[in-house]
Design a protein around this ligand. Sequence first.
Ligand SMILES: Cc1ncc(C[n+]2csc(CCOP(=O)(O)OP(=O)(O)O)c2C)c(N)n1
Ligand SMILES: [Mg+2]
Length: 552
Amino acid sequence: MTPPPSEAPATTFAVALLQEFVRLGVRDVVLGPGSRSQALALAAAEFERAGILRLRVRIDERVGGFVALGIAAETNTPVILITTSGTAVANLHPAVLEAHHSGVPLIVITADRPESLRGVGSNQTTEQPGIFGSAVQRTWDVAPPTGEPGEAEAAALLAREAMASVSGPVHLNLAFAEPLSSPFVLPETALPEAVSVVDLPPAAVGPTQPAPEILDPHAGATIVVAGTCAGPRAEEVARELGAPLIAEIASGAHFGPNLVVAYRELLNTANFGDRVERVIVFGHPTLSREVPALIQRPGVETIVVRHRSAEDYNPGRRVSRFVDEVRVQGEPAAPSWVGRWVAASRSLIEPVDTAPDIDADAGAHARAELAAVRAPVTRRTLVEAVWRATWPHDRLVLGASRLIREADKVLVGKRISVHANRGLAGIDGTISTALGIALSSRDSGTTRALVGDLTFLHDVGALLFGEGEERPRIQVIVGNDGGGTIFDGLEVAQSAGPGFDRVLYTPQHAPVEALAAAYGWEYRRVENRGQLDQALTASAGPTIVEVPLPRS
Ligand SMILES: Cc1ncc(C[n+]2csc(CCOP(=O)(O)OP(=O)(O)O)c2C)c(N)n1
Ligand SMILES: [Mg+2]
């Protein structure tokens, strides 16, 4: 396919590059403004106008990086991220690291000056190739296009190479020389015939698919563990094996008859955890100490089913086998094994939202209901209310810190889509990630992000929608306990002196309502459970729901 003629080689190259990415199935571009990257940015804007790309513009590249991460996680398709040179590039590093550790495909394209202008004090010029270290699958440092014949083909080849290696982030550092762009119109004939995304070879999957590991359900007392990115296969395997399922809240497998919610307690209880002989792990478990402790216990055999993360899960380096896939052969183990776990777990997770006794008289019933509605919100009732309000067409994003742990400890099984950036469990970029998910979710539901106050404030810049930028259906629910209360649960909280609050809890009183107003978000403050349920089901554009929580 011949790209449209244009004067600036930079523009010819940029158009050919994007055209090939589109042909290979890329549909989303996120970019920040900048001069050096103008050819790419203007080409992306034209592709958007022609209806063949979705474009999101964010002035803060750290925000843009996480928006792209959210889109890629939701669509399971590589997303292009474009920045100018200098610190703009470094601002992508957090999202690139998270993408690397959770196997999310990102195509990072950074504009640069030509080699001759590097290392000589040129403005906004630093050492960009290699800046992401081993967090990218591959780096290309490409000399500026000069108008030589064959440059458009070279650009298309570059796109194909990038797509072949994008099982996590890849980095294309593209030098551009003056003129940095020229005006152009995308002629109809230049529109690439897109390969449908569903026909795409799975770019993010390894090259060969070896035979699956065969699992005999009767080869020792087995449990299945599902961490982030595990997906529904873990639930299926647990049922086929007749094994208890320890599925973390953002595993994509937190449902089904074998789910054991109270796993922390049971892994430390006689006749439960101590009976385990074999552990099958899917995804990346991060939310408990009990799971890695179990894997490191002598006599426990662990098989890890690899997922897309750059690192294999291997606590204490005690995992005996890493496999790409498993197949269960044989009848499930005796139902008494899983039955005991599930029953014990149910008895440990006493519901707090008990319905009023139906035999009570009408007055007592009404009083009990009123009391429930007026009850203050606790962490537990907060996560339960958010869970209840979320349906399969919705999306739920859980920030790092206390609330995701609370959710993991108490929430019953439900087959809904939950995302958490657990690759590195940063408190950064959570609103941005949720926005990326909300903007690209094909279902017409609401995306809810449940975050702590510091997590919210860390990414407050994500609240900015530039003029004309799409405002998706999203609620950011802030559990505001005035600082980082997760640290109160650490031993250091008892042993540290008065410096503890200043350097760990880090108290804050930022007015969330004023921030919402400044960025043009709707705002609701929730004082009790009734108001919380109302706020969660009120459907609207971008809304912040602030839920004050006690520190303890
Ligand atoms: C980018 C980043 N910086 C620092 C941390 C360390 N950290 C983990 S939790 C936390 C506090 C979070 O506070 P908040 O969001 O208010 O949640 P809370 O524990 O109070 O519920 C911090 C600073 C991190 N995970 N990521
Ligand atoms: Mg907090």
